[in-house]
Each structure stands twice: as structure tokens, then as C-alpha cells.
Design a protein. Structure first.
Length: 252
């Protein structure tokens, strides 16, 4: 639901005709759905810094394996944003949420692998000028995105394709548990939240470091990101060979 619709419905009385045109009173039709959507939006506005609360660093490594790279760092943060939204929606139980995030992880790693074989070669030169014509021809409305995302560079081409892939896989999974309308709203919310994160964090805070250094080992990054530290090779808690990292790649 767009902002204009939410504002319209917030002015609709319980006994007024429903704005959807059903002919029913608002309280007998769309009131509860609108209240749920507004509650979700309010909860999302209170999201704090991204943590690994909903998909831990340990869980990620158990499913993805070693080595862990800067791309894994990006994906782990995105999975937790999605987890936060699913939690705030109160529509899926913990098992359904974890299962959904696991599927997105698996499919996102597949996407990442295939992306590196693609002729566009977005990841090899993230700041290269590129045309969005193929995406616009498919229906992309560039003007609806933050200004940084509108820049015609390979990094943004990757972001568009990657987030669309995530949103599609999310929709496929959660539609098994909830209604079509609920699925659409959550998927739209996730899509918006991920692009807000990309604009604020990837572009605004770190100059797209995760893409520019996507293949670089990020074991220390994930260790500091997680709520609980990972076993440290330098302390002898795990070997460098086990985590597939060289000693010189460590941050300490």
C-alpha cells in the first residue's frame, strides 16, 4: 500500500464505506488489514542497527561453509533485515522464518555464482558505467529509487537483479504459509527495506566495499558482526586451514 492510500484509509471512519469499493463498511472489510500494515510500518521504523539476531553468523557458516567473503557479509546483513521484517509481521512462526531465510541464503549464493559467469561482469568492475535499458524494458521505474541507486553503474545493476531475485524467492516461500495479500505486502516491504539499506549503508557508509571486495575473506568481519565471537585461528581455537583463510588476511 502506498503512502497516499494509507493516509486516505487513516481518515476513513469505521462505519464509512470501505475505500476498496466493496460496498461494505470499512470495519467489516479492510480495517484490520490496514491496521496490520500500519503496525508493521511503525515497527520497521523502530528497527535499530542490523545484528545477527534473526540469522546468526554461526548458522550462516553452518549452511554456507568456508570461506566466508565480503559478499557473505552483505548477504548475512540482508538476511537479518528480512528476518526482522518477518518477525515484525507476526505471520510466520520461528521455524517458517528460519526455513525461508535458509532458502534465500541458498538461492542467493547460486545467484552470486551465476553472476560471476555473466557477460555483464558487474562484480569485476562495480563502478563501470552501464545501461539500465534491459531492466527498464522489463518495467523498472528508476525514478522510484533513491538517487544513489539511480546511478548507471554496474553495482546498481547488480543490486537491482539481486534484490529482485531475493524478493522472488521470498515470495515463493512465504506464500506457502500466508495469504496472497499478506505475501505481497511483506515482499514489497522487504524490497523497499533492502534498497533503503543499500542506499544508506552500501552507498552512504562504506562506498560499496562488499561489492568492490566481494571475494575477499571476511572471517574477522563476520566475527565482529555476530553477537558471539567465532573461534579465532590466532588464539588456536580453530585452524587457518579449517576456515580457509591466510594469517595475513586476518584483521588482528
Amino acid at each position: 500500500m502506498d503512502t497516499q492510500s494509507m493516509q486516505l484509509n487513516s481518515q476513513t471512519g469505521r462505519n464509512d464505506p470501505c475505500p476498496c469499493g466493496s460496498g461494505k463498511k470499512y470495519k467489516k472489510c479492510c480495517l484490520s488489514k490496514d491496521e496490520e500494515k500500519e503496525q508493521l510500518q511503525q515497527e520497521l521504523e523502530n528497527i535499530k542497527d542490523v545484528t545477527d539476531e534473526f540469522f546468526t553468523t554461526k548458522e550462516y557458516i553452518e549452511e554456507s561453509g568456508y570461506p566466508v567473503t565480503m559478499f557473505d557479509h552483505l548477504l548475512l546483513e540482508m538476511l537479518n533485515i528480512i528476518g526482522e521484517i518477518l518477525h515484525a509481521s507476526h505471520k510466520l512462526d520461528t521455524s517458517e522464518t528460519k526455513g525461508t531465510l535458509s532458502v534465500i541464503l541458498k538461492e542467493s549464493k547460486r545467484f552470486y555464482y551465476e553472476c560471476q559467469q555473466c557477460d555483464y561482469a558487474c562484480l569485476s568492475a562495480p563502478m563501470r558505467i552501464i545501461s539500465f535499458k534491459s531492466l527498464i524494458d522489463k518495467g523498472l521505474r528508476l525514478e522510484e529509487y533513491p538517487k544513489s541507486i539511480q546511478q548507471p553503474v554496474s553495482a546498481n545493476f547488480f543490486y537491482f537483479e539481486f534484490v529482485n531475485d531475493i524478493t522472488w524467492n521470498l515470495t515463493e516461500e512465504i506464500s506457502k504459509f500466508i495469504s496472497e495479500a499478506e505475501t505481497e505486502h511483506i515482499a514489497t516491504t522487504v524490497h523497499q527495506a533492502l534498497f533503503d539499506y543499500i542506499a544508506d549503508n552500501c552507498w552512504g557508509a562504506c562506498s560499496n566495499k562488499c561489492l568492490k571486495e566481494h571475494g575477499k575473506n571476511a572471517y574477522c568481519n563476520l566475527c565482529s558482526f555476530g553477537d558471539k565471537n567465532l573461534p579465532c585461528p590466532k588464539k588456536g581455537e580453530i585452524t587457518y586451514n579449517e576456515v580457509k583463510v591466510k594469517e595475513e588476511d586476518m584483521m588482528h
